[in-house]
Write a protein that binds this ligand. Sequence first.
Ligand code: SF4
Length: 385
Amino acid sequence: MTDFAPIESLDPAARLPLQFTAKRRGKAPRHLADLPLAERRDLVKEAGMPAFRAEQLSRHYFTHFSRDVEGMTDLPAAQRESLADLLLPELLGEVRTLTADGGDTVKTLWELFDGSRVETVLMAYPGRNTVCISSEVGCGMACPFCATGQMGLTRNLSTAEIVEQVRLAAKACEDGSLIGEPSRLSNVVFMGMGEPLANFRAVMDTVRRLTDPAPEGFGLSARSVVVSTVGLVPAIHKLREAGIPVTLAVSLHAPDDELRDNLIPINSRWKVGELLDAARSYFEATGRRVSIEYALIKDINDQAWRADLLARELNKRGRGWAHVNPIPLNPTPGSMWTASERRVEREFVDTLRAAGIRTTVRDTRGSDIDGACGQLAAAVLTEGR
Ligand code: SF4
């Protein structure tokens, strides 16, 4: 399990602001990232300002990762505050930031307007930086090996609450607070708290903000965005129909229904065969190889015969369409589930490779896996702030 140490805030200005200490109900405040550019323009116009101010504001946000209106010197000083009130409310207040892996992994717990908390993990790798973002507060999928699953679902995040996690990560890269020198955020993975496809509309709007060029969005390549799912089959088809070729990651964790029914409760609704068929059809439509995530859990799902069964299930749907990522389980504190032994992990991987399946063992950096998501939130929730 990764050891995290507290550090000073990445951005002292982002420390938990006072207004976040009051618990509120209702919808998250409206933010420019919730809206397409045309609607941002309409709002600015309705407020009595020139519509192009929406473009200026959007460029500051999506290109310079800034929401500090005082620094936006191309905006008239008299309009800055009104524009900020209209389209740039504060959405995430920093509760705690921890670092691991020699500073290459930074995990931040955020508090939202209603007192809910979610986490984001930013990871530096040679030549790329990846942020792992949350899409829901908690999760309703109830996977028994997962800390977030034990919390249940509180609510979906709004589009802007998800986009803000990315904006703050991009800013930390640009500022040099991640690796000590300015760098760029290159990859976004929806593998934090929550089942992304259960919050479909907000997640798809977020994908649009990530991939649309400025001033509409950040202009990231769809290839560098990964959307994960435990297997909401109709939503996989909807994702395919949306026509944005993000990478799909299926958190499979078992190739047989008998075990998967227990590990992933939603499997009682959509079985392994149906899920792999949907994943295969996603590959056919997008040309994007599907990632099969497989948390290796000691004596539960790590037998060589299961690797063999997984290979057969993938190969019978064609060659080369899926890439398996076995991940040693990052255990939840107090859980009976633990990571497989190295020898068993090797045998599992060798069995897959011998059957012609592309296989890469993923590291357990931060919360880079579904099985670890929610750990920081769970810890802080139990001890209080
Ligand atoms: S593993 Fe993913 S889908 Fe399952 S409970 Fe955890 S966050 Fe939800």
